[in-house]
Design a protein around this ligand. Structure first.
Ligand SMILES: [Zn+2]
Length: 390
């Protein structure tokens, strides 16, 4: 007898190549069986989910779910379980000097599972731009904080903003060496916030940065239209981006407010340079245009990406990027029953990309209907303000 049975949903689990109507049985908080027809009499509780979509617990591998720690952030559960997402990765809000504060404010006090990328700057994002000189970095402290928090620190975050260019020492080399020594991925933010100039020196800087990233490192905001981006306004794509992808560098769409453009996204998708991971970069500054991971996924569906690819970019590939794929991103039998239940709502929706100022129509909006954490059902809700243009 199973504890419960999710019946009749379309199960999409790219980690196992599953995409079809199946029943999914859960026992003692773990996934017990996936099969075409599991009899209702074999389970104590039945959830009839015909017309819904069941995926591995969704992962937002780049967001800022640390409200009250940093000025610009959101609550973990608002980015997480309340919005249908089970694992949120805080991408560099804290550095070595203040990580303990962030960890104790949040970790194990929220329903959403959390992981963290430690900012290469000691103070994290408390005072941006966070690296103005080498005094803002303390490698010894960073290494000791990583070693003490291995279970939750899954990477190092560095923002390749303009001030890095004027520091004589090669900060990127320091970050690459440190990440390699700690066996963690380095996530690098590209794209600055000012207007682009002709032959912008930041472009050359970003290209030199992207060139040196290794397999498993992450380029965040690779769809930016800002200086330091990999795509010029005329559609030219810098070759370093393709070369990085070919080496196994992970491409992170990281929406945010300032560094995501539908026009750039269309150029990249038309050239087969799809995001490996789809993330929100959710913070209090971009709630209006990002709204949630599911809205962000809906935008990529509107741009023509297949549903199975969009789910892979927020489940198994996101788990791999965080080196957490042993526990996350799959509905394999025996895994914890961490599950997202979604619905594709049909309509004529208008999506916006933020400061870039573009909008696109879409006919499908993914909405969260239920999440399950270790087999326990948690409520979630949709609270979007997507205009229906139909
Ligand atoms: Zn970010």
């Amino acid at each position: 007898m199973y504890d419960c049975l999710l019946k009749g949903a379309t199960v999409i689990d790219p980690s196992q190549g599953i995409d079809g109507v199946f029943d999914l049985a859960i026992n003692e908080g773990k996934i017990a069986r996936i099969a075409a027809d599991i009899p209702a009499k074999d389970a104590s509780v039945i959830y009839p989910l015909v017309g819904k979509i069941v995926t591995p617990g969704l992962i937002d591998a780049h967001c800022h779910p640390s409200l009250n720690f940093s000025e610009h952030a959101v609550l973990s559960d608002e980015a997480g379980v309340n919005a249908g997402v089970l694992l949120v990765n805080d991408a560099g809000s804290a550095g070595a000097a203040n990580f303990q504060t962030l960890r104790h404010m949040y970790y194990s006090r929220v329903k959403t599972e959390m992981s963290f990328f430690l900012n290469f700057a000691s103070a994290g994002l408390i005072r941006p731009p966070e690296i103005r000189s080498l005094h803002d970095i303390d490698i010894k402290l960073l290494k000791s904080v990583v070693e003490k928090n291995r279970g939750v620190v899954k990477g190092i975050k560095l923002r390749a903003l303009e001030p890095l260019m004027s520091i004589a020492t090669d900060v990127l080399a320091l970050a690459l060496d440190t990440a390699a020594e700690l066996n963690l991925p380095l996530m690098v933010h590209i794209g600055d916030f000012r207007e682009r100039t002709t032959n912008d020196p930041l472009d050359a800087f970003s290209r030199s940065v992207v060139k040196r990233l290794r397999q498993g490192d992450i380029i965040s905001h690779y769809m930016t239209w800002r200086p330091g981006g990999m795509v010029l306004p005329d559609g030219q794509i810098f070759p370093e981006l393709r070369e990085a992808k070919a080496r196994g560098v992970i491409l992170d769409s990281s929406h945010g407010k300032n560094n995501f453009s539908f026009k750039v996204a269309e150029v990249l998708l038309a050239n087969g340079i799809e995001p490996d991971i789809i993330t929100t970069d959710f913070s209090s500054m971009n709630v209006h245009c990002v709204q949630s991971l599911l809205v962000t996924m809906s935008k990529f569906i509107a741009l023509g990406m297949a549903m199975s690819e969009v789910v892979a970019a927020t489940t198994n590939r996101a788990a791999q990027a965080l080196q957490m794929d042993e526990q996350w991103g799959s509905l394999k039998v025996g895994r914890s029953a961490d599950i997202s239940v979604l619905e594709k709502v049909a309509g004529d929706f208008a999506f916006f990309d933020g400061v870039a100022g573009n909008s696109r129509k879409g006919t499908c909006l993914l909405e969260p209907r239920m999440v399950m954490r270790n087999g326990e059902v948690l409520p979630c809700r949709s609270y979007y303000h997507i205009s229906n243009v139909g």
